[in-house]
Design a protein around this ligand. Sequence first.
Ligand code: 9Z3
Length: 316
Amino acid sequence: MAHSEPSASKAVDGGLSEEFAVPTHAEDVRKLMAEFAEHHGSAGRRVVLITSGGTKVPLESRTVRFLDNFSSGRRGASSAEYFLDSGYAVIFLHRHRSLYPYTRLYAGVNLLDSLQSESVKEDAGQILVDQNALPNIAKVLKRYQAVKAAGLLLPVEFNTLSEYLHLLKAAAQALSSIAMFYLAAAVSDFYIPAYEMPEHKIQSSNGPLQISMKMVPKMLSPLVKDWAPKAFVISFKLETDPSILLERARRALETYNHQAVVANVLDTRRGYVVVVTKDTQQELVLTDEEVQEEVEIEDRIVSNLTAAHSQFMSQV
Ligand code: 9Z3
């Protein structure tokens, strides 16, 4: 127990910097994001910050065990591709090793099974790719390389909840008013503060484990009010019980006063979401046929939100 309990006075960020140590690279990342936004903004391009993947909450300072929030990262990674297709520059704040734009299409493929070297000299620096193992690889590679060459995708990684929160704050401070925030990451509501965390691995010889966790400060509040008051902010609401989904989404919108909540249920999230705004409620649904044809619901979500972003910007 290395730290003392923080003082009662909470900063504007709900006590973020008091309760979570600032990662050493946060300031460098903030500068990178600011340069990226400035560069693309001055070229007249819109910028979106996408958060993706689940946060990790340590239970011990020298962490052996942690609590993870479920998210494969597919929502964030595929949305990034659709935003890029729509002309946005994308900051992709994602959980280390969660799904990544373009490579996500081959996430299930064993790399070594997709290569052939028999017919090529090993030292010639060339290996053949089996295009059957990697469907559409030529097309996907072309899209990926075009995005890379134009510098349109800035990847930033997080692992822990603490890194996520500080990097989100850094992003909010770095981005100008034209930005969209698309907060698809699955973020823990609970954590153990550093001053209550055991240093060493919890011993099973001490019997059954009882954990008491604190509520995570709600970053959406300072983000909307203080850090990026002119931005277009979209949060995601995940439930497992469909009967409370819309009420929870509406409540989030009223509490934080941002632009929209994309509401989804864990089991049906690939084919059904509701985009909730102050005055509207729009269901986006994929038909069975569309699912067969591999249409992705993120295509619909992104078209819906980019149109709403245009309207939002024309009003300011
Ligand atoms: C979501 O609801 C995302 O749509 C999913 C996407 C995590 C379900 P996958 O990554 O899944 O494609 O496998 N994200 C938000 C989850 C969340 O933690 N929301 C908080 C809440 O619901 C508010 S920020 O309370």
